[in-house]
Design a protein around this ligand. Structure first.
Ligand SMILES: [Cu+2]
Length: 265
């Protein structure tokens, strides 16, 4: 079903559930559409003018429709309390343990995505608005803070290891942006003044997806999904999902590079 709905390729552990939810929603809406469409056609014929030349001013006197409405409200309450709220609690509120996950801070700005890794110490270095420099230090990271020594920052490029829970702490410097990676079935607004955590497990590497889609240039994209200003259209980042080893190699190299930069400063 998801094939003919034209959904993007799937690349996260929880995404299948979202797709089946989208599929079922379509099935239920189709049933409703056919049901109500049929009822409408029935009414048009049943209450046609030639059979009912004068309007009925009393209308129906039975209470069936009221009971039906109460029934619908009860079923909806059961769906909400019995299914939606527990699902939301399990999927959104309950984060995987940080010790088993990779925690990344992603900060939106007009018009870029700033990515911040804590490095091996697992602690994010202090950031200070006074150190903010749009070119050299877009996050205002204080390199003199010991926790910042091994931090890695990138712009518009989020590298992730495959099959490991990722916790993204979403922030924004200016206006509301939205972090959307369609293949992961992830979309969350980034709101100035708030740090919003989201989590997912990417389970297809970029290399694997390139073979699967037969597109050697395939890239996962972070598309800003909230109209955020004149440059919104070009607020685009890339996600590269690497094997655990490749990710480790990459981050080690970056830590090395940043350390060398520090020496020259
Ligand atoms: Cu944006």
């Amino acid at each position: 079903m998801t094939d003919w709905l034209g959904l993007p390729a799937l690349a996260s552990a929880h995404g299948g559930q979202i797709d089946s939810l989208i599929g079922w929603t379509h099935v239920f809406m189709l049933i409703l559409f056919v049901g109500w469409g049929g009822f409408f056609a029935y009414c048009v014929v049943r209450f046609r003018r030639s059979r009912h030349p004068v309007a009925s001013y009393t209308g129906t006197t039975s209470h069936t429709s009221s009971y039906l409405e109460i029934g619908v409200a009860v079923v909806e309450a059961i769906l909400l309390v019995g299914f939606s709220i527990p699902l939301w609690a399990a999927r959104v509120d309950r984060m995987p343990p940080e010790s088993e996950s990779l925690v990344v801070q992603v900060t939106g700005e007009q018009f870029a995505w700033n990515v911040h890794y804590a490095g091996p110490d697992g602690r994010f270095g202090r950031t200070d608005i006074k150190l903010l420099d749009l070119q050299a230090n877009p996050l205002g990271l204080d390199r003199s803070d010991p926790a910042a020594k091994d931090d890695v920052t990138t712009v518009n490029q989020l590298n992730l290891p495959v099959n490991r829970p990722i916790i993204v702490r979403l922030r924004s410097k200016d206006v509301i942006h939205s972090f959307n990676v369609p293949e992961f079935r992830v979309k969350q607004d980034a709101i100035p003044g708030l740090t919003i955590p989201i989590w997912f497990v990417p389970n297809v590497t970029t290399a694997e997806m390139r073979t699967r889609t037969e597109n050697p240039e395939f890239q996962y994209e972070i598309a800003c999904a909230q109209l955020c200003g004149l440059g919104h259209y070009r607020m685009r980042g890339f996600v590269t999902v690497l094997s655990a080893e490749d990710f480790q190699t990459w981050i080690d190299e970056r830590i090395q590079e940043e350390a060398e930069l520090d020496i020259f400063q």
